[in-house]
Design a protein around this ligand. Sequence first.
Ligand SMILES: *[C@@H]1O[C@H](CO)[C@@H](O)[C@H](O)[C@H]1NC(C)=O
Ligand SMILES: *[C@@H]1O[C@H](CO)[C@@H](O)[C@H](O)[C@H]1NC(C)=O
Ligand SMILES: *[C@@H]1O[C@H](CO)[C@@H](O)[C@H](O)[C@H]1NC(C)=O
Ligand SMILES: [Fe+2]
Length: 478
Amino acid sequence: MGVKTWLFQLLLLSFVLLSTVNKGSAGITSTFIRSEWPSTDIPLDNEVFVVPKGYNTPQQVHITQGDYDGKAVIISWVTTDEPGPSKVQYGTSEKQYSYSAEGIITNYTFYNYKSGYIHHCLVDGLEYDTKYYYKIGVGDSSREFWFQTPPKIDPDAHYTFGIIGDLGQTYNSLSTLEHYMQSGGQTVLFVGDLSYADRYEYNDVGIRWDSWGRFVERSAAYQPWIWTVGNHEIEYMPKMGEVVPFKSYLNRYATPYMASKSTDPLWYAIRRASAHIIVLSSYSPFVKYTPQWHWLREELKRVDREKTPWLIVVMHVPIYNSNEAHFMEGESMRPVFEKWFIHYKVDLIFAGHVHAYERSYRISNIHYNVSSGDRYPIPDKSAPVYITVGDGGNQEGLAGRFRDPQPDYSAFREASYGHSTLEIMNRTHAFYHWNRNDDGKKVATDSVIFNNQYWASNLQRRKLKKHQFMNVVSHATY
Ligand SMILES: *[C@@H]1O[C@H](CO)[C@@H](O)[C@H](O)[C@H]1NC(C)=O
Ligand SMILES: *[C@@H]1O[C@H](CO)[C@@H](O)[C@H](O)[C@H]1NC(C)=O
Ligand SMILES: *[C@@H]1O[C@H](CO)[C@@H](O)[C@H](O)[C@H]1NC(C)=O
Ligand SMILES: [Fe+2]
């Protein structure tokens, strides 16, 4: 028996055990209490924030997907002494850079803070499933990194996403990041609230954005992080004369929004391997007739489950969550978008914001309207599972108070730091884990096997049988 099969059976077993312990629809509130580090930011002189040596050396290197389908990346970095070239040299073997691309430079001020020179360079026309090496900077100050492009868009493409939220820059954040980096995750879906620099005042706001950029480089320079905005990115700070929302974020973190016909970097979509990922902004207008509403309506029509069976939505504010912290904040978006999520059979919705972990059952509340209908969420096979992973480890600490009793819609909840991984096996199955950071070990605490919402329907099942049969036949003829 292969390790994979064995693991799968173990997973199945734990799933069965979990569902027997968890009779009926009552959820689990985990009583685990972790011995946490204090929720304070790591001091700036700590080695995790080290500034790379040399004149004008690129720092805060990070990449994100650069197009709709995964054949491009946007590479971003900061230089501090002078603008310097915005050139990326790259190629498929180490130290042999056959190609180059030219980027753009931006800079901004925030109160008296002056940013470094922020470079964004689109590298496109890449091959799928290929390791690329890249080099930025000049002479002795140059630095080299690498990344792996995803497999081509295919319904059965195997791919692992990590999900991290509300990260910040504490020792708990570091623990989450280090555990994630050992998880085998290939791309991060980041659900908002990056640096928590806005907890500082005056020039330190800018300085803590820079330190965070250096902090996440250990992962973000080597694999794409897909960005979502949270409330800590708004930075509306009139007392410092700063009233342009998302100023630091928009200058520093690029997104490929135009590739999905979005008109705003704060909401967009990408397709990667077997997944269609929709990124929403909880802090931009979303009610009927607004640009985000129009865009989402059109983007949902573009989803092709035959090509990308896994439909995943990410946003900052959870729609279903039963923690006392931020309770009901997602309720403004629910009546606008929930019926679409049901209609299009979204598989999973990931959010952050609440600093604790929670997973829902498949439920919906679309039958209720102000004049009639059931006022309480009810089980709904077409509904997504809502998962909150706002437990990255920022300086605000954990949200330890859950509503009591646990509502019927809540399947599992625990106030600990951690991250999730979603390993898509093929068009029908995905293995999901939430991993608690537990004193130096990564502990898989909540494990579920998700069946794809599109291929699970009877009609598609029949189609799938035929597809498998055809495969057998075509193999047999060889
Ligand atoms: C950007 O950098 C240039 C060149 O150093 C400088 O002249 C300009 O004032 C900077 N702009 C902002 C908004 O900081
Ligand atoms: C309101 O809810 C009732 C009961 O679910 C339903 O019959 C009715 O069509 C709904 N009305 C509107 C305008 O959605
Ligand atoms: C999908 O993956 C699951 C889990 O590895 C496996 O049991 C199933 O047979 C696979 N289905 C297809 C269509 O390959
Ligand atoms: Fe938040």
